[in-house]
Design a protein around this ligand. Sequence first.
Ligand SMILES: *[C@@H]1O[C@H](CO)[C@@H](O)[C@H](O)[C@H]1NC(C)=O
Ligand SMILES: *[C@@H]1O[C@H](CO)[C@@H](O)[C@H](O)[C@H]1NC(C)=O
Length: 321
Amino acid sequence: MSKKGFKVEIFVVVVCWFCCSRALPLKPNREVLNDRPVIGILTMIVSDEVMKPFGRTYIPASYVKYVESGGGRVMPIRLTLTTSEYEKIFKSINGLIFIGGATDLETSDFARVARIFYKLALEANDAGDYFPMWGTCLGMQLLTVLVAGENLLSRTTAENVALPLNLTTDAHSSRMFKDFPEDLVKAITQEPLTGNFHHYGLEVQAFQENEKLRSFFTVLSTNVAENEAHFISTLEGKRYPFYGVQWHPEVNRFQWDRNLNFPHSSHAVHLSSLLAEFFINEGRRSSHHFDNLEEEESSLIYTHTPLYAGNFTAYEQVYFF
Ligand SMILES: *[C@@H]1O[C@H](CO)[C@@H](O)[C@H](O)[C@H]1NC(C)=O
Ligand SMILES: *[C@@H]1O[C@H](CO)[C@@H](O)[C@H](O)[C@H]1NC(C)=O
């Protein structure tokens, strides 16, 4: 190699070290993307009596289809494994989703396993190993508990209601929304495109009063609950690729219960599609991989069959574990 070539290489190394030394490189600068991302979904503990005969934990198929629609594959993650098994899984997957449901956010197995992954994800991102995480509804609430180190949720009931988002000015420059077409951003603020199915949430005031949350997350949207409480509806990590939505983007395309206000308009579908693609693109920035092909194949959700659940739940299909 010529001397000139060597100098150029040193320059590249220095530039690279500079961008990797921050948790969140502003631009994926000549990053090699992973076009076969696998997204882990932590199974949810069954709480509904009608679902109990089928398993102890579950994943609604709507979340699986959501990931698949963005060009990703799903690995279901059980709650019964050892810490070293979770560490191995962490090195194999390219992102993680905490889904909605009902379970204790501090003492349940769901919370215990989430805490393990949260810690691993913080460490990885700090070391320049990009690893995105997403929480939906209870999953977003869980992220706030993990970051704050305490449960700051309060009653913010918005049950079975579709709402427009009250976007903050920060939303327009956020990673999540900045590439959205203008007409869709307008529609998000004016049309009921986000399905809410929750009793608890994080009030804007609780967020603002907590230094840990305030320094960790940027608030992208708020909404008003039935009791007039203003709650956080969309969050994005400042330094970490962690995202939270109090509403349910997956229902817009993959759940059809007539008794529930699932938004199915063209704008609602577009919103859901773009967010799925956004998160899977985040996963493309992770180069984690399984040790071998057999391990990958046996870990993915394709070896499982969802059960038809449209006649006893609000889901069309559910994977039970
Ligand atoms: C929207 O959010 C702003 C603060 O960002 C708040 O002052 C306003 O009351 C909110 N409006 C609604 C309708 O939620
Ligand atoms: C739901 O439908 C399936 C398939 O038709 C049937 O086997 C099952 O018994 C039904 N369950 C209930 C609770 O009606």
